[in-house]
Design a protein around this ligand. Structure first.
Ligand SMILES: [Zn+2]
Ligand SMILES: [Zn+2]
Length: 419
């Protein structure tokens, strides 16, 4: 027996009945990004693997365990895009966008690939909508990125969301804070989980976002990074908060919100549904003023975010947010016999060119079976073309809602359809 094929583990088909959600989310995402002055960029699905090894970070789970990495036939090491930021930064450098008016504001909608543990219910291919504003450290851009994401969710009908906000400082204030954090954790190493003991050695800032229950009291007592910011970082953070207030976006100071890599600076944020907590984050972002240098470019500040389309749709469904259905099928033309079928194909072609969604019934079936098929397709009108209809120049037209039957010329049918 022939092998049966299925989607690879961690991937899904998006069936026609799910497409209205996708169309709605993508339309609102693009409209919102454009309204905020962002322009679309598309980058390849695969890149040189080193772009992510450096740009996402060699020490991250993504690079160490989750990246789809392969050698092509020439021996070059490539990776399927695991996230959207390093490739947009690569494009900024490659195309000399530093010579354009700054900041350069870009958005993308693209699949991302990560070899995630399937039991966590995560997909190995998911679709991200992301924005990056590159070339300015203006705190207004941080607030704008947060507002953009917030307004997009709001326009989709997701209104009970929270913005979690923090600043993780920069290279001039963070090292001293991390040293203090280490001193504090040294006293509590016996109380924390194994992961945290490893973080203590390798990535102390990440101690603060441990989700393990036993570590929460230790996190609660840890020194807050917001108290350790240098003067420029504190001023930047205060401005971000003031601009968010000015834009009417509600936010919560969340000192445990951190990023583990050195090139992340200052603002970090997450947006979470009111009923979920941090496990349910639907979008997150932050400033990455050190990333361009990691990628071999000159020092260039940047801020961005990404949000997973599948997770947005999950939240829309949970809240029973209605989305517009697919466009209505207006006409099915049923016909049997060579002459009528030629006429039916010509009629459907003319209807479509007039902007009417129309299909012709399955010619391998009887008229009765075609009418049954039409019932399943649920068009507004069913039109029957037979030899008699051709002779008389009048079509047999049934309105499906009422089964009201009339004899109409093609012109009369078109007039009816444009009502
Ligand atoms: Zn822990
Ligand atoms: Zn600082």
């Amino acid at each position: 027996m022939a092998r049966k094929f299925t989607t690879p583990r961690g991937t899904v088909d998006i069936l026609p009945e799910e497409q209205p959600y996708w169309r709605q989310v993508l339309r609102v995402a693009e409209q919102t990004a454009l309204a905020f002055g962002y322009r679309r960029i598309d980058t390849p699905v695969f890149e040189q693997a080193d772009l992510f090894v450096h740009g996402t970070g060699e020490a991250t789970d993504i690079v160490q365990r989750e990246m789809y990495i392969f050698q092509d036939r020439s021996g070059e090491m490539l990776a399927l895009r695991p996230e959207g930021t390093p490739n947009v930064c690569r494009a900024y450098l490659q195309h000399g966008m530093a010579s354009r008016p700054q900041p350069v504001k870009l958005y993308y909608v693209a699949p991302a690939f990560r070899y995630e543990r399937p039991q966590a219910g995560r997909l190995r291919q998911h679709t991200q909508f992301g924005c990056e504003a590159i070339g300015s450290s203006d705190p207004a851009l941080d607030a704008e990125a947060i507002e953009l994401l917030w307004r997009m969710y709001e326009a989709l009908g997701l209104d009970d969301l929270y913005v979690l906000l923090n600043s993780i400082g920069d290279q001039s204030c963070r090292p001293a804070y991390v040293a203090r954090l280490r001193v504090y954790y040294e006293l509590h190493l016996a109380e924390v989980c194994d992961d945290c003991r490893r973080r203590y050695d390798q990535n102390p800032l990440r101690l603060l976002d441990c989700k393990n229950g036993q570590c929460q009291p230790v996190i609660a007592g840890a020194p807050a990074i917001t108290d350790a910011l240098c003067e420029p970082c504190a001023a930047h953070f205060a401005s971000v908060q003031a601009y968010l207030d000015a834009a009417g976006v509600a936010w919560q100071l969340t000192p445990r919100l951190v990023r583990g890599l050195d090139y992340y600076t200052r603002t970090v944020f997450e947006i979470v549904p009111g009923d979920a907590g941090s496990q349910g984050t639907i979008g997150s972002g932050g400033r990455y003023d050190g990333l361009m240098e990691v990628l071999g470019g000159p020092p260039t500040p940047g801020i961005g975010f990404a949000t997973g389309i599948e997770r947005i749709i999950l939240n829309l469904r949970k809240r029973v947010v209605e989305v517009g259905p697919d466009p209505l099928l207006r006409v099915v033309v049923a016909a049997v016999g060579e002459g009528p079928r030629v006429a039916a194909v010509a009629l459907v072609s003319r209807l479509r060119r007039a902007g009417v969604q129309a299909v012709v019934g399955d010619g391998t079936r009887s008229l009765k079976a075609q009418l049954r098929q039409a019932e399943g397709l649920a068009p507004q009108y069913v039109v029957i073309v037979g030899d008699e209809e051709l002779r008389r120049g009048r079509l047999q037209v049934r309105e499906r809602a009422t089964w009201n039957e009339e004899r109409l010329t093609e012109g009369e049918l078109l007039a009816r359809l444009s009502d």
